[in-house]
Structures are given as C-alpha cells and as structure tokens.
Design a protein around this ligand. Structure first.
Ligand SMILES: Nc1ncnc2c1ncn2[C@@H]1O[C@H](COP(=O)(O)OP(=O)(O)OP(=O)(O)O)[C@@H](O)[C@H]1O
Ligand SMILES: [Mg+2]
Length: 311
C-alpha cells in the first residue's frame, strides 16, 4: 500500500532522511521510533506530500505520490500531529468537518459524520461541538485532531505522536480504539511515538531510525529478541527487554496440561509478564491457567515461562 525506495530528504546541506526503504502492507500498523531529529516526522510528511522528497521513490498502491492530486491524497490519507493543527477560529465541529466539506459531501452527511466521530472519541457534540480549540484541554484537542483525520474515512492514517498529551488511561483507551479500527477496517497506519510501550503494543511492524536511516525493522518480538545493535537494544528498553517481550506473549502459548493440584490462578489470555508478576506476589513457581468461566485449562510453571520445553 505504501512503499518507499531509497528515499532521501535534504534541507540545504543537511540530510534529514538518508536513503530509507520501507514497505507498509494494506492493513498494517507500522510504528516509527528513534531519537529526536532522526527524521520520523519528515518521513511522514513526504508520504502525504507536505514535503517533496529529494531522491528515491514513494508509491501509494503502486503509483508515485506525485501522480495523485491534492484532493485525492487528502481523501485517502488522514494526518494527525501532536500539536493538532486545528484552526483556532473554527469551532470543534467545523474543524472535524474540514475534509468532508472540502470533498463536497452533502451537508447532512457531514453533520452526521461529525456527531458520529465526536461520540466515538468521547466528546459529546452537545458539550464540545461549539467550543473553540483554545477552550479544550490538550487531550481533548488531540482527540479532535484524531476525529478530523478520520472524518473522510481515509484508508491510510499518518499519526505523528498523536497521543502525547493524554493521560495514561485515555491514552490506552485510544490505543485500543485505534487497534480495533485497524483490525476491523483494515486501515494502513504509520504511527510515530516516543513511548516504547505504546510502540510495542500497537506495532505489527516496528521500525527503528537513527540519524535519517532505518537501523532495524521487524515485528516487536523479533526486535526484542534479536536487536541488531546496542542502539536498538537501548531504544527497546535495555535490561527491560525481557519483560517487554513477556508482555507480548499470551499465557496460552506456553501453558501445559493441568495437574490436579490447586494453584494460584492466572487468566488464559493474560501475558507472561502478568503471570510472572503473579508468581512473584504469590511466591508460587507454578500457576493454574483458567478460562473466562474460571475453568482450569492448563498450568504454567517457571520453566514454561522461561521458554523451556514442557517436561
Ligand atoms: N523544514 C525544515 N527545514 C530544515 N530542516 C528541517 C525541516 N524539518 C526538519 N528539519 C531537520 O530534519 C531533521 C529531522 O527532523 P524530523 O522533524 O523529521 O525529526 P523527528 O524524528 O520527527 O524528531 P522528533 O522526535 O523530535 O519529532 C532535524 O535535524 C530537523 O532539524
Ligand atoms: Mg517529529
């Protein structure tokens, strides 16, 4: 769906993006991480042509981005930035309706879409529709930014630190909504974040950048298990890597047949990290694995948790 081949961007003498190649398949959520100034935002802006690339090729659905006109690109690509980019003199509702209005949707359909999105993002239109952006909290404004990007139902979303100003609870809620949206509607998403837990939770493909280059890409588990360099390892959390990987693996993947003994219980859909936490707090080297109805469906011991073969 999105393909970059040896793409570079120079600003005067400075090379901000240096020959990166990246393929994002339809329905994939690709997360870009890397230190400040490594070229993440520049990469997003070249995909929607807010910036022209200096070298290489960028294609969407097999067509060079230059071949699309602006209206077509706006319809297909939603864009969310941390500072929201909302128009300060427009109400929240009008901001959200921007792209559908540009696309000349009938008024009634635009209005219905605005109400639908505001409800989806927990901003009831009665309360928030007529407010101006500077009357919102940072987190509310970010949600308006997300609503605006989704308004015309684009098949591609570019999200540049979209949840940065949100409290952890709202943030997790929006992460879940985004993951749901992606799995239900097969949106193709390129997402930039500085929060590694957010990156690991959301990413189908994780891309680590350093000084304008891609230094490693793969699934979160691939990178956690086999970081290509000390830089990638430290980006992924250094010594915490083992715990971060354990958070991505469900208990169901490692459990063995249950015995008759009554043990502390862990849910079958819990992560190995949660199981380990429970072993520590219960001081138990083995746990009973239970399903949603509380039936014992397996057993997990330290050897399984560590990845050893079942005895
Ligand atoms: N319009 C511009 N003109 C000149 N230089 C720019 C421009 N935009 C970005 N740069 C430079 O390009 C490099 C990459 O910037 P970019 O914004 O892509 O980094 P980033 O990875 O998004 O960083 P951050 O995590 O801090 O947002 C930086 O050195 C920046 O100073
Ligand atoms: Mg940036």
């Amino acid at each position: 769906m999105i393909e970059l081949r040896r793409v570079s961007k120079r600003f005067g003498a400075e090379t901000a993006v240096d020959g990166i190649s990246l393929r994002v398949e339809k329905g994939e959520l690709c997360v870009l991480v890397g230190t400040s100034g490594c070229g993440k935002s520049t990469t997003l802006r070249m995909i929607n042509r807010l910036l022209e690339h200096s070298a290489g090729e960028i294609q969407i659905d097999g067509r060079p981005v230059q071949a699309f006109d602006e209206v077509q690109l706006r319809r297909r690509i939603g864009y969310v930035i941390q500072s929201t980019g909302l128009f300060p003199h427009w109400t929240v509702a009008r901001n959200i309706g921007l792209v559908p209005t540009l696309l000349k949707w009938p008024r009634a359909r635009v209005e219905a879409r605005i109400s639908e999105l505001m409800a989806l993002l927990g901003l009831p239109r009665d309360t928030f529709g007529d407010k101006y952006p500077d009357q919102l909290s940072g987190g509310q404004a970010q949600r308006v930014g997300v609503a605006r990007a989704l308004a015309a139902d684009p098949d591609i979303l570019l999200m540049d630190e979209p949840f940065g100003a949100l409290d952890p609870i709202t943030r997790e809620e929006l992460q879940e909504q985004l993951a749901g949206l992606q799995s239900r509607l097969h949106k193709t998403i390129v997402f930039v974040t500085h929060d590694m837990d957010e990156a690991l939770r959301l990413a189908d493909r994780l891309v680590v950048m350093d000084r304008g280059r891609i230094v490693q890409q793969g699934t979160p588990l691939q990178l956690l298990r086999d970081p290509a360099s000390p830089f990638v390892e430290s980006m992924l959390g250094g010594e915490d890597r083992g715990l971060k990987a354990a958070a991505l693996i469900p208990v169901s993947e490692r459990m063995v047949a249950p015995g008759a003994e009554a043990l502390p219980r862990v849910a079958v859909n819990a992560s190995l990290r949660q199981a380990l936490a429970l072993m520590l707090s219960a001081r138990a080297p083995r746990l009973s694995v239970v399903d949603a109805d509380g039936r014992v469906v397996g057993e997990l011991g330290l050897p399984q948790l560590l990845g050893a073969r079942a005895p």
